[in-house]
Design a protein around this ligand. Structure first.
Ligand SMILES: [Cu+2]
Length: 314
């Protein structure tokens, strides 16, 4: 699989699928319409000032026509048009939809889906992978505070409210990648709570999912073995799962395939050589307040082995 491009910007003016395209066209109608109405009102204002005193203005006509009839007609037309373009509310996912659970934590996204071939559950962090051309039903929830799911290229925002599961249907037309961001202020690191969406062709998606469903890669060298041992000795597994090694940690992201991630810390660091060690040793500098302690006093050889091990978990 070639490395997908990494979008830094997010824009609702570049929709990736049908429902986002509807929102984009609705926005254009509102933006252009509002600009035209604003220009017309300013023109009328200039006209009114110029004729003032020379000719009596028909105030009643302007107040009733411009203040009541015109807005009622324009808003009613907009309401009818936008209602006709809004997809109907669905109580449950359509039978052929792919179901993906997303939980927003302070301050990272947990994404869960099941590999139909092996039956295994895959847990990712801060990345939503989709097959292009297929309806995807996102079940959205939060265990802590209100967050909001927002990937502008996919469509509207959806709040993620504790104690409730809301949902959003999304579909993208072709492979590509897009950036999203938590859109409801949720505390100190709300700004560093990005989510990347990657859409694959259906065949590539199946292959990707099968690979993600595999347990963690086994160490192939003494260095990597030392890294795995350090992962356990440092008690990283109190919060993190690495399937096949330690499976009880649930407070932080599942690290079974962390080496294949685009970013670390929900968009905080590009996952490139050196980033893993930087994240582990200086978590609180990279993302102050993140719910993981820095390991600044780990000895350098252990840190390098641990980072090499995590990078190897593709
Ligand atoms: Cu937030």
């Amino acid at each position: 699989m070639s490395a997908p491009l990494l979008p830094q910007l997010q824009s609702m003016f570049a929709p990736a699928g049908e429902s986002a395209a509807r929102i984009t066209s609705l926005s254009w109608v509102l933006i252009v319409g509002a600009a035209l109405i604003f220009a017309a009102v300013m023109g009328l204002l200039v006209w009114a000032i110029r004729v003032q005193g020379r000719r009596p203005l028909r105030t009643r006509l302007w107040i009733v026509g411009g203040g009541v009839v015109f807005p009622v007609a324009v808003l009613a037309a907009l309401l009818a048009w936008s209602m006709a373009r809004t997809p109907g509310w669905m109580e449950r996912p359509p039978p052929d939809a792919l179901i993906i659970g997303i939980t927003a934590h302070m301050w990272w996204w947990e994404v869960r889906l099941r590999d139909p071939a092996s039956g295994r559950e895959v847990r990712l962090a801060n990345e939503l992978h989709l097959p292009a051309g297929r309806a995807v039903w996102l079940g959205l929830s939060s265990p802590d505070v209100i967050h909001s799911f927002w990937v502008p290229a996919l469509g509207g925002k959806m709040d993620m409210v504790p104690g409730r599961v809301s949902h959003l249907m999304v579909q993208v037309d072709q492979s590509g990648s897009w950036r999203g961001q938590c859109a409801e202020y949720c505390g100190e690191q709300h700004a560093r709570m990005a989510l990347h969406v990657v859409a694959h062709t259906p065949a590539a998606f199946d292959a990707w999912l099968a690979a993600q469903a595999l347990p963690a890669a086994t160490p192939t060298s003494a260095l990597l073995e030392r890294g795995r041992d350090a992962f356990l000795a440092q008690r990283c597994n109190a919060c993190h799962t690495v399937r096949g090694v330690a499976e009880e940690g649930r407070l932080g992201p599942d690290l079974t395939h962390v080496g294949s991630r685009l970013y670390l810390g929900a968009g905080t660091l590009r996952n490139q050589p050196g980033a893993m060690a930087q994240w582990v040793a200086h978590t609180q500098d990279a993302k102050p307040g993140a719910r993981m302690p820095s390991s600044a006093d780990m000895d350098p050889a252990t840190l390098q082995a641990l980072a090499a091990y995590l990078e190897h978990l593709k």
